[in-house]
Design a protein around this ligand. Structure first.
Ligand SMILES: C[S@@+](CC[C@H](N)C(=O)[O-])C[C@H]1O[C@@H](n2cnc3c(N)ncnc32)[C@H](O)[C@@H]1O
Length: 286
């Protein structure tokens, strides 16, 4: 059953497939061990906390405000479903951040308890700027990316080991993607409040898949994962409960061939001019 009352039939955009569903309903459509790779960033459950801060709010009916125990149970259910649908040699990248609730830091380590995956590595996504600029703490300048594998040996069948040199601290700015997801005044579209960067998705997808592989993002948002899939010839599947609110921005992004250099190209010193352009964003603090 579709989340918004729409039938759960795929919306096809440039060969990519999107279902406007609650992801738990979406998973029911997928066979066991049918997906080569999952990467995603779930909602933060900070809606209630930030209710007075409009710029953070999502579109439509999504309040992002569940009782914390229900939220954790829901995310764990999603992780279990990712495990079920992933092939034995597949990788699952889960981007989560430390949330600050009533002034207290809540790191996302609870996700490692009762988790069916092997934790292959923790990656730090370090960024140069943040929207959280209250001067009552050091500005938070990183999020976690947990790299999970189903089989600690067979993951190597898909691992593209030239990516090892990027290390496990990925320095990636949000800025290009935040600009990309802003709707123009004449467009009437909706800006997505929390896109992850194209470079983050490039690194997750390109390090552990090959052309033609099937990639799933159960919380598609503004469509970053499918933007990367279309450009690099992966078969992307996305679930997004509020897709109709973000349809314009998702269509625009999937069609886009405007890509930053990968962090591997930057690390390897290729594409020097684009590297300089990219790095010039680093001085930006919001
Ligand atoms: C953090 S955002 C993902 C952003 C995405 N990585 C991007 O690059 O734009 C989480 C998304 O999950 C969606 N969402 C929330 N609950 C959902 C559910 N139960 N099933 C599917 N999508 C859901 C929200 O509407 C939101 O767009």
């Amino acid at each position: 059953m579709a989340g918004n009352g729409r039938p759960a039939k795929p919306i096809r955009i440039d060969g990519q497939e999107i279902f406007e569903v609650d992801c738990l309903d979406g998973f029911k459509m997928l066979e066991d061990e049918s997906i080569d790779h999952v990467s995603t960033s779930p909602p933060y459950n900070l809606g209630g906390f930030h209710a007075d801060r409009k710029y953070r709010s999502y579109a439509g009916d999504f309040s992002d405000d569940m009782p914390e125990a229900d939220y954790r149970a829901f995310i764990k259910q999603v992780v279990n479903e990712c495990h079920r649908v992933l092939k034995p040699n597949g990788s699952f990248f889960l981007n989560m951040k430390t949330r600050i609730i009533d002034g207290v830091s809540i790191p996302p380590f609870w996700i490692l308890e009762d988790n069916p995956f092997h934790l292959k590595q923790e990656i730090i996504w370090h960024f140069p700027s943040t929207a959280n600029v209250d001067k009552i703490r050091f500005f938070p300048l990183f999020e976690y990316v947990f790299w999970f594998v189903k089989d600690i040996v067979r993951f190597k069948e898909k691992w593209n080991n030239e990516w090892a040199i990027v290390g496990n601290v990925w320095y990636i700015s949000h800025i290009t993607d935040r600009n990309e997801t802003k709707a123009g005044e004449d467009e009437g579209g909706i800006q997505h409040p929390a896109p992850f960067p194209t470079q983050l998705s490039q690194a997750m997808v390109l390090s552990t898949t090959a052309e033609g592989d099937t990639v799933l993002d159960p919380f598609l948002g503004s469509g970053t994962t499918l933007k990367v899939c279309r450009h690099y010839k992966r078969r992307g599947i996305g679930f997004e409960k509020f897709f109709s609110h973000y349809e314009q921005v998702v269509r625009r992004r999937i069609a886009s061939d405007d890509f930053p250099p990968t962090i591997l190209e930057i690390k390897a010193g290729k594409n020097q001019k684009r590297r300089e352009e990219h790095m010039s964003l680093d001085n930006f603090i919001r």
